[in-house]
Design a protein. Structure first.
Ligand SMILES: *Cc1c(COP(=O)(O)O)cnc(C)c1O
Length: 383
């Protein structure tokens, strides 16, 4: 598809700030009678002799979304069917018998991809603590890729991306940052030195819990080209409707995130002094050991995710979750509705979190209603 079709919006004004870019980028050029939004193109095949001849080659809706995401992160975006489809394609950038340094606190699906590749003899994995840049870089000697998630799931660990990316580069490794929790509005990892950013757009970017979609944003064209080839050859393409809805979601990301984040800060503060809560993980909370790093790496805010340990048994934690009426007990995150779950239910996470850790995705409901629900259920379940 003709990328220049969106160039008008992309180059309109380099002074615009990210929340404006999120609203304006990726729209069709402003010609008389042009639609405001790129229409959904439902076609598996196209008349021959063009860039797009078949449904796996490209789609005008992907291009619109990629234009917007690329502008926000400052690189070239490639969209996929899901966040994990992106992770699989990036994992394939590692050469045969190569080495990946993986921070130990990452989305369990990403750990699965690399661990299964290692089990098949495809590559080697070195795991290091997520918040220890020195250990991470020591492990990066001779490695091909460093993969960190920041803000990391589910303990909200903030990685020192500038130090990690610079150190990895010196050692000849590329740095990949899964920035799903931060979104391009809270962190631009390419500006901090990373080579590729990963977003599960399923979460905050799309924002309504109604689709799966993933994106990589690359500094180098060679990486973007490889990912496009991988998408074409392996077929993990985004749906046309999903791409449209993800871009529509992106239009309101700034207001959704501002609101949810303000509530997350308030809930984190109140939970921290609740008698039935032992620890609260929210980057930048006063007293948080990663306070200073969080403020340095995430100066504009820490997003809408937090987690906390219930000061009780697994049974009491389950009772607390069962008593919630407003928050939904479900996995996933980043939608307008608040979700909560006991993370150790996932065998993949049981090794890195305590049994009563609850992860909370704060939505855009009224914060007082959210608090009344949380506080009421904690008091009812734990006495
Ligand atoms: C959900 C998630 C993924 C996987 O994305 P899908 O769109 O579900 O495939 C990867 N990383 C993080 C941090 C996630 O939250």
């Amino acid at each position: 598809m003709d990328e220049s079709r969106y160039a008008a919006a992309l180059t309109l004004d380099p002074e615009w700030l990210a929340d404006t870019v999120a609203v304006q980028a990726g729209r069709p050029a402003r010609l008389p009678g042009a639609p405001m939004n790129e229409p959904i193109t439902l076609s598996s095949t196209y008349v021959h002799d063009a860039n797009i001849e078949y449904g796996r080659d490209g789609n005008a809706g992907w291009s619109a979304l990629e234009t917007a995401l690329g502008a926000l992160d400052g690189g070239r975006a490639v969209t996929f069917a899901s966040g994990l489809a992106v992770a699989s394609a990036i994992a394939d950038l590692v050469p045969a018998d190569g080495t990946v340094v993986l921070s130990s606190v990452t989305y369990y699906g990403v750990r699965n991809i690399f661990e299964r590749m290692e089990a098949r003899g495809r590559l080697h994995v070195r795991k290091t603590p997520a918040d220890d840049s020195a250990a991470l870089l020591a492990a990066a000697d001779g490695a091909d890729m460093v993969w960190v998630e920041s803000i990391a799931n589910p303990l909200m660990v903030v990685a020192d991306v500038p130090a990690i990316a610079a150190g990895a580069r010196e050692r000849g490794a590329i740095t990949v940052v899964d920035a799903t929790f931060a979104t391009p509005l809270r962190q631009r990892p390419l500006d901090l030195g990373a080579d590729i950013v990963v977003h599960s757009a399923t979460k905050l970017i799309a924002g309504h819990s109604d689709l799966l979609l993933g994106a990589a944003v690359c500094r180098a064209d060679t990486h973007a080209d490889s990912l496009v080839a991988h998408r074409h050859d392996h077929g993990a393409i985004p749906g046309a409707l999903e791409a449209f809805l993800a871009l529509r979601g992106l239009r309101t990301l700034a207001v959704r995130l501002d609101r949810a984040e303000a509530s997350a800060v308030e809930l984190a503060r109140r939970l921290a002094s609740h008698p039935h809560v032992s620890t609260v993980n929210y980057p930048g909370l006063p007293g948080d050991p990663q306070h200073e790093r969080a403020l340095r790496v995430l100066p504009n805010g820490s997003g809408s995710m937090l987690s906390f340990d219930v000061a009780g048994t697994v049974e009491q934690t389950e009772a607390f979750l069962a008593r919630l009426r407003l928050l939904t007990h479900a996995t996933s995150l980043g939608g307008v509705e608040s979700l909560i779950e006991r993370r150790a239910r996932y065998t993949g996470d049981a090794s890195i979190v305590g049994p009563t850790l609850c992860r909370l995705s704060v939505g855009i409901e009224n914060v007082e209603d959210l608090w009344a629900d949380l506080d009421g259920a904690l008091l009812a379940a734990l006495g």
